[in-house]
Design a protein around this ligand. Structure first.
Ligand SMILES: Nc1ncnc2c1ncn2[C@@H]1O[C@H](COP(=O)(O)OP(=O)(O)O)[C@@H](O)[C@H]1O
Ligand SMILES: [Mg+2]
Length: 140
């Protein structure tokens, strides 16, 4: 289903709504260009999970772990080229636990991910603050 947001606060709220609907073990493939709003959406999910820490972009860490009602693992696989490399990080088991896993640049390992994941694509509308957020795999 497609959602439209006009500013980052609306994207944050949408993330929170999504976060409240997530089941333990949910995996979210989060895609969109640089500055699309992926981290903003992840911050909204964190609000729903009552995570108190500040959620920042995991670009340099690759995986950031947060604890809330459920653990949240925020991954950025920009620097990973394939599943072998991903396995070498030793974090693949996180995908099969009860935590919520949010994966940016998931196309790197898409073939190896379970089929019932939530797919999200964020697109900017022209050069405005408007975003089209397409969420598949869960009803909101
Ligand atoms: N509708 C919107 N939704 C999300 N972010 C927006 C929106 N409009 C403007 N922004 C801005 O765009 C930027 C998105 O940054 P970020 O979430 O870090 O992007 P990404 O993680 O996709 O690279 C932020 O500076 C945010 O304030
Ligand atoms: Mg980001």
């Amino acid at each position: 289903m497609k959602f439209f947001t006009n500013n980052s606060n609306e994207t944050l709220k949408l993330g929170k709504k999504l976060g409240l609907a997530l089941k333990p073990g949910a995996i979210i493939a989060l895609n969109g260009d640089l500055a699309a709003g992926k981290t903003v959406l992840a911050k909204g999910i964190a609000l729903a999970l009552e995570i108190k820490e500040d959620v920042t972009s995991p670009t340099y860490n690759i995986v950031c772990e947060y604890s809330g009602i459920l653990p949240m693992y925020h991954m950025d696989l920009y620097r990973i080229s394939d599943y072998d490399e991903f396995e070498m990080l030793g974090v693949d088991h996180l995908l099969y636990g009860k935590g919520i896993t949010i994966i940016e640049w998931s196309e790197r390992i898409l073939d190896e991910l379970p089929e019932n994941i939530i797919n999200i694509n964020i697109t900017r509308v022209d050069n405005t603050d408007k975003r089209i957020i397409d969420i598949e795999g869960i009803e909101l």
